[in-house]
Design a binder for this molecule. Structure first.
Ligand SMILES: Nc1ncnc2c1ncn2[C@@H]1O[C@H](COP(=O)(O)OP(=O)(O)OP(=O)(O)O)[C@@H](O)[C@H]1O
Length: 344
């Protein structure tokens, strides 16, 4: 298969298991984000893909070839790691040309490639600038260009945008994704920022405790989280207890017929996105509650409702603004198809 395959990767540091039984396929030309809280094993996994660490067991294949024991410099990688800063005493052009120069590529070819890359990162004409005179965003673009100079098969970035302020960071996320799409390069990015992962990735790999909890396209991670950890980590969802009642489930003190509960499960948690909670008149829906807070964010309106002692959030667009006030009793409609039964 063309692309990267991780087969049953385990990494132990002494008796501590930092990465456990990771199976992952990254098809050629796709963009994967490794996402998870601090200490979940993202960097450890990335370092093994880069050849900076050896797995305790398991195999890594690139385009079908076993590269588990191949040293980093023979893996055909471009890397942007936090620890790999630009060379401060070199110019922008010299930084980008570095890996071409050590491969013995001629001066003319180096210059041509540097100009090509500078145009790609919107810094045409910057070749002779000292890197010390660049802004944070410009530096990050130069680090990206330097990693891409040799046209690697695999592009690895560990928290590449974390040092940038929020606005620049968002702009760079779009830029990085566009660049990757233009080049069609297989790319893996480590991040702990769910919004960043959802913006850029074809596949978001959510990790916790050294394990992959879910690997899926952003929309699926968002709409159909696999378990309570993923739902909670992605955030802004309603996590509601249910108990099976024969025809469906009892949720917030009311019966929701048609909710598909796996056989044998008597109770658990469902995830319902706030945009799938529909507010209606109290007699119009099985669940009723009291409005406790309304937050108008301009683009969306969030209505907080307390039902059966639990807080539920409903999100509406301004063109469907709910006519409700704090203290009012409302009905809550949940469509069984929008309720995701989570693994614990
Ligand atoms: N060389 C090492 N020796 C011992 N333990 C290590 C080593 N490297 C990482 N660990 C441990 O392995 C676990 C995973 O670390 P890792 O750096 O992969 O997490 P991470 O998800 O990248 O976190 P962060 O977002 O904070 O960088 C952590 O508990 C860490 O302390």
């Amino acid at each position: 298969m063309s692309g990267l395959t991780l087969q049953n990767i385990v990494k132990q540091f002494g008796t501590f298991t930092a990465v456990r039984n990771v199976e992952l396929t990254v098809p050629h030309g796709t963009f994967v984000c490794l996402l998870g809280p601090s200490g979940c094993g993202k960097t450890t996994l990335m370092r093994m893909v880069a050849g900076l660490d050896l797995p305790t067991s398991g195999a890594i294949r690139l385009d079908g070839k076993d590269i588990t024991n191949v040293p980093t410099h023979k893996r055909d990688l471009g890397m942007v790691f936090q620890s790999l800063a630009l060379f401060p005493h070199l110019t922008v052009g010299e930084n980008i040309a570095y890996s071409l120069r050590i491969r013995g590529i001629g001066k003319e070819a180096q210059k041509k490639r540097v100009d090509e890359l500078l145009a790609m990162i919107h810094l045409a004409g910057y070749a002779d600038r000292p890197v010390a005179k660049l802004s944070g965003g410009q530096r990050q673009r130069v680090a990206i260009a330097r990693a891409l100079a040799i046209s690697p098969k695999l592009f690895l970035l560990d928290e590449p945008l974390s040092a940038l302020d929020a606005k620049l960071r968002e702009a760079m996320q779009v830029e990085l994704r566009q660049l990757q799409q233009r080049l069609g390069i297989t790319t893996i990015v480590v991040t702990h920022d769910q919004r960043e992962a959802m913006t850029m990735a074809d596949t978001v790999v959510v990790m916790n405790g050294g394990e992959i909890r879910q690997a899926a396209p952003p929309v699926e991670i968002y709409r159909r989280p696999a378990d309570t950890f993923v739902a909670d980590f992605i955030g802004m969802t309603n996590l509601i207890d249910f108990s099976a009642d024969g025809t469906g489930a009892s949720v917030l003190g009311a019966s929701i017929p048609g909710l598909a509960i796996p056989a044998g499960l008597e109770s658990g948690i469902i995830s319902v996105r706030p945009e799938d909670v529909h507010l209606t008149a109290p007699g119009n829906a099985p669940i009723s509650g009291t409005v406790t807070f309304v937050r108008d964010l301009g683009g969306t309106i969030e209505t907080f409702v307390e039902a059966a002692g639990k807080q539920v959030v409903a999100v509406s667009m301004p063109n469907a603004r709910p006519d409700v006030a704090v203290g009012q009793t409302v009905g809550l409609k949940l469509n069984p198809a929008d309720c995701v039964v989570l693994k614990s």
